[in-house]
Design a protein around this ligand. Structure first.
Ligand code: CA
Ligand code: CA
Ligand code: CA
Length: 587
């Protein structure tokens, strides 16, 4: 009894301790009224020093919400004062001021800037009085969060105590914060890592951009020294430069992860090379990165310069330029295990592609794949890190490019090479006899996911209809597979769908409205495609049958086929034909 009462008192006390002061603290640089105590938007901490006031007051469990505006580490002139991240404290920028929930903020519209420019005089010069770093992450773990800021102007130019490295953020001695939705730009240093310096730490950066940082000797954006297990997910590195490693340097005993990242227009200006990435004695995991348009002005290697072994898959490494001959235009990929990648000049390894990746517009910085890129559907699905469901832009990471053959590894939809996934805008699948429709297959002949109802072929999983090609110009080809081996079949189009489906022979039909029988074919091995050689296109055929398809409209397709086996799903439940799953085409 006494023991449990003691436990109760101790629990109550610890709950009290947790709640004392924990909560949301508000910061608004532009505010000129109120109590300046951070208790609400109207009493927010004020001025360019407002965030430091909030950090001083914060306790573990707090969130700090920061309105748009510019914030400095100190109101004075001491260059060694930084924004010190803290465990259990999440700092969010991007508010207009007045929001009630976190998801109401708009980071792009309401820019909150953490700046080292103490005199406000940064231009082409004016960095001498800037703070050495903007953010210090010393002593933090993943519960220290920085989310939604522009971090700029750090000038680490003092040759002691790490104050010559990591202008934007310093992560040393087990500094492992969580950084999201941030832009690090125009930071500089005299040793290495313009945007950040990392040593013996494991920070994570997600949905961040690193732009126009100057890394001096090593790593325009990041210098990662030794025992670094940092991860960079959906990040863009552009316009950074250093003598060695224009983008990032991964120096020793480090297992850095780079996933769905872009490196573009980074420059190595010295003999060390590595326009985008320099790797030494480390084993980073680089997956689905686009590394294009980087430069090396002295060393021949403008893409990835690596030694010794590391493994890279699903990467696009192209159009990186340096002085000298053909190899110099490419990369030093010697010693690299490189698979399912698109590499200029080619690379040894399974699944690599050397053809022009047909980027949308490299010159203007648009490094999406063009609609018929050979890098689409050419990646390895198993090589995509577990848990990766989106590409750099948040679109589905696995999507079929209907106009491109599937040459990668895995089952369709196949991942594309590089950071961007071509999205399928041509078609969606519907009307599967897999139990997902209101109308079940008539004889309990439910099919595996996505297929039409089972037919009498013991080895068939039910007919599956897929589309390939483009709507404009109309090169669409429909292919129905897993039908009866040599069945005669009819490609059916409707201008409406019946989402519930209706029993149709041994299957379920959802194609409805004005029906057109577009093509009659005979299957071979259970497969038939239309239109075939000599056939009019789908749109031409539909028009000739009286249904002209307007651009932007949809039509609905299924293929029905003979299955006369007398004992399989006979009348009255079934009949002597069956029908495939359906395709909705977006014209
Ligand atoms: Ca300045
Ligand atoms: Ca794909
Ligand atoms: Ca494809």
């Amino acid at each position: 009894m006494i023991r449990s009462r003691a436990l109760f008192v101790s629990l109550a006390l610890s709950l009290l301790a947790l709640s004392a002061g924990a909560g949301t603290r508000y910061v608004d640089a532009a505010l000129a009224s109120g109590a300046n105590d951070g208790s609400s938007w109207t009493n927010a901490y004020q001025g360019s020093n407002g965030l430091q006031l909030a950090l001083t007051a914060a306790v573990s469990g707090d969130e700090i919400w920061v309105a748009q505006g510019s914030y400095e580490p100190t109101a004075g002139a001491t260059r060694s004062i930084y924004f010190q991240l803290r465990n259990g404290v999440a700092i969010y920028g991007g508010f207009a001021g007045g929001e009630l929930t976190l998801d109401q903020r708009d980071v792009a519209a309401h820019v909150a800037i953490l700046t080292a420019d103490l005199n406000g005089d940064d231009g082409t010069t004016g960095f001498a009085e800037n703070s050495y770093h903007v953010v210090d992450a010393s002593g933090t773990n993943a519960t220290a969060v920085l989310d939604g800021f522009t971090v700029r102007g750090g000038n680490a130019n003092l040759g002691s105590a790490n104050q010559d490295r990591g202008g934007g953020i310093l992560c040393v001695g087990g500094a492992s914060p969580t950084v999201r939705n941030c832009i690090f730009r125009e930071n500089r240093c005299t040793f290495g890592g313009g945007a950040g310096y990392i040593n013996a730490s494991a920070p994570s950066f997600t949905d961040c951009r690193f732009e126009n940082n100057l890394g001096s000797n090593f790593g325009g954006a990041f210098d990662m020294a030794t025992n670094v297990t940092a991860s960079f997910t959906r990040c863009v590195f552009s316009g950074n430069s250093a003598a060695r490693a224009g983008g990032v340097e991964i120096f020793g005993s480090s297992t850095v992860k780079l996933t769905n990242c872009v490196f573009r227009n980074n420059t190595s200006t010295g003999s060390g090379g590595g326009g985008a990435i320099f790797i030494s004695s480390s084993s980073p995991v680089i997956r689905n990165c686009t590394i294009v348009g980087n430069h090396s002005t002295v060393n021949a290697t403008a893409g990835i310069l690596a030694s010794p072994l590391f493994a890279a898959s699903n990467n696009l490494i192209y159009f990186n330029d340096g002085p000298g001959g053909a190899q110099n235009l490419v990369n030093n990929m010697s010693g690299v295990s490189c698979t399912y990648s698109c590499v200029q000049g080619g690379a040894a390894g399974t699944g690599n592609v050397s053809a022009d990746p047909q980027l949308a517009n490299l010159g203007s910085g648009d490094v999406h794949l063009g609609p018929l890129s050979p890098c689409a559907d050419a990646g390895s699905n198993p090589a995509v890190p577990v848990g990766t469901t989106t590409d750099l832009e948040g679109n589905p990471r696995f999507a079929d490019a209907p106009g491109v053959p599937d040459t990668g590894l895995g089952s369709s939809p196949l991942v594309d090479i590089g950071a961007y996934e071509l999205q399928n805008t041509l078609y969606t699948l519907f009307c599967a006899g897999d139990g997902s429709l209101a109308t079940p297959c008539p004889c309990g002949n439910t099919a595996p996911t996505g297929h039409g109802c089972l037919n009498s072929d013991f080895f068939s999983q039910g007919a599956l209809l897929l589309a390939a090609g483009s709507a404009t110009p109309d090169t669409v080809v429909l292919t129905s597979s897993e039908m009866i081996a040599s069945a005669s079949c009819i490609f059916l189009q409707g201008n409406q769908q019946n989402a519930s489906g209706a029993v149709f022979g041994d299957g379920v039909r959802c194609v409805a409205g004005t029906l057109k029988r577009l093509y009659t074919k005979s299957a071979s091995g259970g497969v038939a495609s239309a239109p075939g050689v000599g056939d009019p296109s789908i749109s031409a055929r539909s028009a000739s049958l009286g249904d002209t398809i307007a651009p932007g409209s949809q039509r609905f397709y299924q293929v029905y086929y003979r299955d006369p086996a007398p004992s399989f799903c006979p009348s009255p439940q079934g009949n002597t034909w069956n029908i495939s799953s359906g395709v909705i085409l977006n014209w």
